[in-house]
Structures are given as C-alpha cells and as structure tokens.
Ligand binder design. Sequence first.
Ligand code: G1P
Length: 294
Amino acid sequence: MNDIKPVRKAVFPVAGLGTRFLPATKVMPKEMLPIGDRPLIQHVYEEARDAGIEEFIFVTGRHKNMLQEHFDYQPELMKTLKTRGKDDMLEKVRDSEMPEGKLFTTRQAKPLGLGHAIWCARKLIGDEPFAIILPDDLVLNDTGCLSQMVETYNEKGGNVIAVKDVPREETNKYGIVDIGKEDGKIIEVKGLVEKPDADKAPSTTSVVGRYILQPEVLDYLAAFETGAGNEIQLTDSMAKLIGSQAFHGLKFDGKHYDCGSRLGFIEANIGYGLADKKIGAQVKEIIKDYSSND
Ligand code: G1P
C-alpha cells in the first residue's frame, strides 16, 4: 500500500522588503520584477502549477497587494486584446490568471524569518504535506524543479529539498546539508545547518529555495526558537524532523539563478533571454557584441 500523501499546496513567502533592489522596489514588490516577460512570482506560480499544485498560499505583507492582483482576470484588458486581434498576447495573459478559489493569503506582520513566515501559513496548510517555493530562486529547465522533486517525493515520501553545490566561501549564505548516503541525484540528509561559516560547514551542498515538507515541521516552528541572524529559521525546524522522517535532497536538473541578488537577477535575464524562442538568437548576438568590445 502506498501511504504517501500527494502534495497539493504550495506556500510562497512574499512578505520580504526587497531592500537589495531599492529604489526599484520602493512601491513595487520585488516579486514583481520581471525575468524575461514574466514577473518572478508568475515564474514560480507556473512551476508549482506544472508540478500539480492545486492551492497557492501567499504569505504576504504590507504594500504587496499587487502580487494578488497580478493573477486576477482583467476583463477590460482581455476585451481590448480580443478587439485588436492580439491572440498571442491573449494567450499569455490568460496564462497569468489563477483559477478562482485557488489563491489563499495570510500575512506575516513582522520580519521574523522564513520559519516564521511558514508558521504564519499553518492554518492554510493544515495536516498534509506541502511545498514551499522561494520566488528569489528560479530554475530554468524543461521539467520544473518542483516537478522533479514531486517525482522524488512520490518515490521516497517524507521530506525532499532541492540542493546544489556552492563554493566553500559561500556556505554562510545558505542552509547547508550534512550528507548521508548518495544515490545518483538523490542524497540522504543527515543534518542541516543554517548559514555556517566555511570552516564549520558540514559540506558545500546548499539548500535551494524549494521544499516538500511534512506538516510536523509546523509544530517545531511553533516553538519560535531563533537561530542564525536571530531569525526563526526554517532550516532549524527541518533539522528536527531528521531521524523520525525520511529526508532527502535532490540535485535537480536545470540552471539555478539567485534572483535575490542584483548580479543573479541580471544573469537570470540573460539566461531566460537566451532561452526565449522569439528573441534568443538576437540576445546571443547582443552578448557577442558586448564580449568582443572588451
Ligand atoms: C533561505 C534559507 C536558506 C536557503 C536559501 C535559498 O535563506 O534560509 O537555508 O539556502 O533561502 O535561497 P535566505 O536567502 O532567505 O537568506
């Protein structure tokens, strides 16, 4: 008998201030910054939808209403596009609409950390496994990162996180995995540490912002214990699940972009621009031009 419950819900923590992108994010949420022709929040929504997610939970905050409005049906706009015969654009806008009754929101009133943001969604998550997607992290691949993780989850159950290798001097920016047995792309997670210094990091395998977790993690989050940076860290509560539940990391296929940094954001726009069927070849030419002017 297969007692692995399906993953139907995804949580998107979107309450952050986006200070790294000021003044662009003075009135606009950072999750509305575009990579290619879509804002970050739509990229991750589509990734979740493609992975079979049915309920989308935004942990939002002040000045973030635009993130919900982006997924609304816009009758005037659709009418205008129809009248003008802009069918391709119609199709694109339709893709940005969320089915009715599928978007749920809760608020994180204070910036107490990622763990706290997830705890704020506890009532909407309920007693079932759920995914978390951080919109800062994009993965470009034909099969989305979360779809790949769902496949691993359906095989292994328990908890699955996306992982990738980072340079040792950067371990203090990420959650880092203490690695157990490795089986191809799937690794056993023996321990987790949030932002350890290079000399204390158990490995150089970092957590990328994609998680499939069991609801028990919410009980640990409820303790409100603070960790690295004096924040309530998701990593610390995940670490407490290890031993009592299966816990695996997936070395996913695809190129990862850290869109939360200015450089990563620019790199993502280059990567997505190159992958764009319509303008990819021209983007390549532009890059060539810039490179030859060194
Ligand atoms: C968060 C997590 C960290 C993870 C990272 C991935 O950190 O706490 O474990 O490695 O996301 O993007 P943040 O980027 O919010 O500091």
